[in-house]
Design a protein around this ligand. Structure first.
Ligand SMILES: NC(=O)c1ccc[n+]([C@@H]2O[C@H](COP(=O)([O-])OP(=O)(O)OC[C@H]3O[C@@H](n4cnc5c(N)ncnc54)[C@H](O)[C@@H]3O)[C@@H](O)[C@H]2O)c1
Ligand SMILES: [Zn+2]
Length: 383
């Protein structure tokens, strides 16, 4: 991907949350220019960049230089790669690093990395001295359009994911799409699943735009990618603006996640990326929406086809129905005996529907859902 700052005309999305409002800046090769706005938005004189070793090696120096030239004193704190380090233990080490750096209430915490780093650094920023300014510099596609926008920060506990967390909005989200050039294509596709989700639940026009441009975006053609990043961030921003604390509308973002989480649980988070599990869950939920007479024909077909073009899986792994039902029963979105299942009314239109696990997965549904990739490939090629 072109990394020349002059080629990437920066775009901007505003997240309007009253005095907690902040901009998302989107460009290509813009990492070296983050300093002045970061200093302005945080009012900080000092900043600590939190990152992982591999990401810091690639992008740390550029960001650090930019912050220094904007007059900031900069420290670095590295956390080991892998979801395991999104823990209280690593948070504890980060508090120590901040104290060692002499960080005070006006010291900014800057997350440079994917959603793991962003959630962990954000959790620390939310709690250190009861909250310090926080900036997200996301380097995965998922983090750019999903986890870095909206202010949800968390660490995992041994009992489950994201069990200790807070809402802590960043002061700035700085997206340099050129950082995606080093990201594994499988991780890119997984991030694209959340972008497809945004179109599927809220924006039919955007969904059609993805149908036109998705391969070019995944190949990091800026002309296709930057507008897609912008639209996806704008959708997430709109949802967060209307429902910052996840009481209603934000629930729609769980489209594909009920069964996606079940798949992740049943696979013990091994060998599957979150976006891949969500793709399976979305394909299932779209088919189920059609079966329930809620969505018109072709809804699931178009969604499955688009996910397939991203090389994302669209069938549930063949665990027994009972295993799925058990996993759905512990889903945290459950109210009484019901799960707030997100269904489609069509592409770009979603709503939640209280369904029991048995209604989500009626007898016989598994047979279709897990029919395997051979069928999906055939149906894809057959058209
Ligand atoms: N806060 C939220 O609203 C929210 C929403 C969705 C997901 N999440 C969280 O986000 C996390 C997942 O985020 P993710 O998918 O970004 O995963 P991640 O942060 O684990 O990154 C995925 C992998 O890509 C590597 N990587 C990151 N940027 C890179 C780059 N530019 N080049 C090369 N390698 C790079 C990382 O080292 C890691 O191995 C989970 O912890 C999840 O719970 C949070
Ligand atoms: Zn997700």
């Amino acid at each position: 991907m072109r990394g020349d700052a002059s080629l990437g005309e920066a775009r901007s999305v505003e997240v309007a949350l009253g005095e907690r409002s902040y901009p998302i800046r989107i460009g290509v090769g813009t990492l070296a220019r983050a300093g002045p706005e970061l200093a302005l938005r945080t009012g900080a004189k000092r900043a600590v960049i939190v990152s992982e070793p591999t990401i810091a090696r690639r992008y740390g120096a550029t960001l650090e230089r930019s912050l220094r030239s904007a007059g900031l004193t900069v420290g670095r704190a590295l956390v080991p790669s892998g979801e395991k380090s999104k823990s209280l233990r690593e948070a504890g080490k980060l508090y120590e690093a901040l104290i060692g750096f002499g960080a005070d209430r006006s010291t900014a915490v800057v997350a440079l990395g994917g959603g793991k780093v962003g959630d962990l650094a954000g959790f620390v920023a939310a709690t250190y001295l009861r909250g310090v300014p926080f900036v997200q510099v996301p380097t995965t596609l998922l983090a750019m359009v999903d986890s870095s926008v909206g202010g949800k920060v968390a660490v995992n506990l041994p009992q489950g994911k994201n069990l200790a967390g807070a809402f802590h909005q960043p002061r700035l989200v700085w997206i340099d799409a050129a950082t995606l050039s080093s990201l594994d294509p499988r991780e890119r596709a997984a991030g694209m699943a959340e972008i497809v989700k945004a179109g599927a639940i809220l924006d039919a026009g955007f969904f059609a735009c993805l149908e036109r441009d998705v391969e070019r975006a995944l190949a990091l053609d800026p002309d296709a990618l930057v507008p897609i990043l912008e639209r996806a961030c704008a959708i997430k921003a709109e949802v967060v603006e209307q429902d910052e604390r996840e009481m209603g509308l934000r629930m729609l973002l769980n489209f594909g996640h009920t069964l996606g989480h079940a798949v992740e649980t049943l696979k013990r988070y091994r060998g599957i990326l979150h976006g891949e599990a969500v793709a399976m869950g979305m394909a299932y939920a779209a088919r189920r929406s059609e079966e329930l007479g809620l969505a018109p024909a072709q809804t699931a077909t178009r969604l499955v086809e688009l996910l397939g073009r991203c090389r994302l899986p669209t069938h549930l792994p063949p665990f027994p129905r009972n295993a799925y039902l058990a996993a759905l029963r512990v889903d945290k979105k459950r109210r009484d005996a019901h799960v707030r299942f997100v269904v489609l009314r069509g592409l770009g239109r979603a709503e939640t529907m209280p369904l029991t696990p048995e209604e989500i997965l009626p007898v016989g549904a598994m047979a279709t859902a897990a029919r395997g990739t051979s069928r999906s490939r055939r149906s894809r090629d057959g058209r």
